[in-house]
Design a protein around this ligand. Structure first.
Ligand code: ASP
Length: 327
């Protein structure tokens, strides 16, 4: 059987970083350099490489990711069987989510990276890259949407989070666990979820600023109230618990809803925003009745990206719900 054709597309990150004269590690390696360093890669896939960026992942922009999605949509519609996007782990959950929202079709896109640089003892990059290529080329992984593969675990883009600053086991999907594992060179899928609708239409070129605000005890709402005049076109509020803000902020939320879309997420690690439990002012029933939209199971980080994409797609606020719906 011919090997699957896989594109390795590198954006940078620790996996590409080597020691610099100025101290510390910086992105230097290309996708071709990485491919050449992985034992056994040529036996699992016919590899093509592309290295559009060499950046730490904190420096990626939504426009960069929209560009990656366009490349993947073009190339996957053509002769490729799958793709691996290589980047820094700091923002893998965001990239995976954006690509899951923008890349159409059932071919597998995997995002991977490394917690340790290639010059460290116990570098995890080569193993992650090999596992990622196995998943990208695996018929079993088709239709899963975009996944993140690290530490031999396969995580759904909607669920995955970076949960540690240092360990190679930094990635978790706290709601449901990984959707699969790479074992003995095979992708073993244990969970499948319905994919939310993919945004296939054109996106406005201009970036649309959307704020992400986490609530804390005693927040007086002044930042929230200032957002529209600061030029923000939407906001995601990471509320307390199941989606709550201090009572004094409930009217601020109403005033905001009249000007920009307000999405309610939770600052808790995982779990859905509630819809019908807490009846006090500032509780989720109150905020949703004031016109805030629920982020459902999405983290604040992912809800912010989704709102930016929906605004850039020119989709009417009344039609947002399916995009935030639980998988
Ligand atoms: N700071 C690095 C980055 O996100 C971390 C990593 O790649 O693991 O680019």
């Amino acid at each position: 059987m011919p090997l699957p054709r896989i594109l390795l597309l590198s954006l940078g990150g620790t996996i590409t970083m080597t020691r610099s004269a100025g101290g510390g590690i910086v992105p230097t390696l290309t996708a071709a350099d990485l491919a050449a360093s992985v034992p056994g890669l040529a036996a699992v896939a016919a590899i093509e490489t592309l290295s559009p960026l060499r950046r730490p992942s904190a420096g990626l922009t939504l426009d960069d990711l929209i560009g990656v999605a366009r490349t993947l949509n073009d190339r996957l519609a053509d002769d490729l069987d799958g793709a691996v996007v290589i980047q820094g782990t700091d923002t893998i959950e965001e990239t995976a989510f954006v690509l899951d929202t923008l890349v159409d079709g059932d071919k597998t896109v995997v995002v991977t990276g490394a917690m340790r640089g290639p010059e460290s003892a116990g570098a995890d990059g080569p193993g992650n890259l090999l596992a990622a290529a196995i998943v990208a080329g695996s018929p079993a992984a088709r239709g899963l949407g975009v996944v993140a593969v690290l530490n031999d675990e396969i995580h759904a883009a909607r669920l995955v989070q970076k949960a540690h600053t240092a360990l190679p086991s930094a990635f978790r999907s706290p709601l449901a666990g990984p959707v699969g594992l790479v074992i003995e060179g095979d992708a073993r899928i244990v969970l499948r979820s319905r994919r939310p609708p993919v945004l296939t239409g054109p996106l406005a070129d201009e970036p649309v600023p959307v704020a992400l605000l986490k609530m804390g005890i005693g927040d007086d709402g002044r930042l929230l109230a200032a957002l529209p005049d600061l030029g923000f076109r939407g906001v995601v509020i990471e509320g307390m618990g199941a989606g709550h803000v201090p009572e004094a902020l409930a009217d601020t939320v109403s005033a905001l809803v009249a000007r920009i879309p307000v999405v309610l997420a939770s600052r808790a690690e995982t779990g859905p925003v509630f819809s019908r439990t807490y009846g006090y002012p500032g509780g989720e029933i109150d905020l949703l009745s004031r016109g805030a939209l629920s982020a459902g199971l999405l983290s604040g980080l992912k809800a912010r990206l989704l709102l930016q994409l929906l605004l850039r797609a020119g989709i009417d606020r009344a039609a947002y719900a399916p995009y935030f719906a639980d998988p």
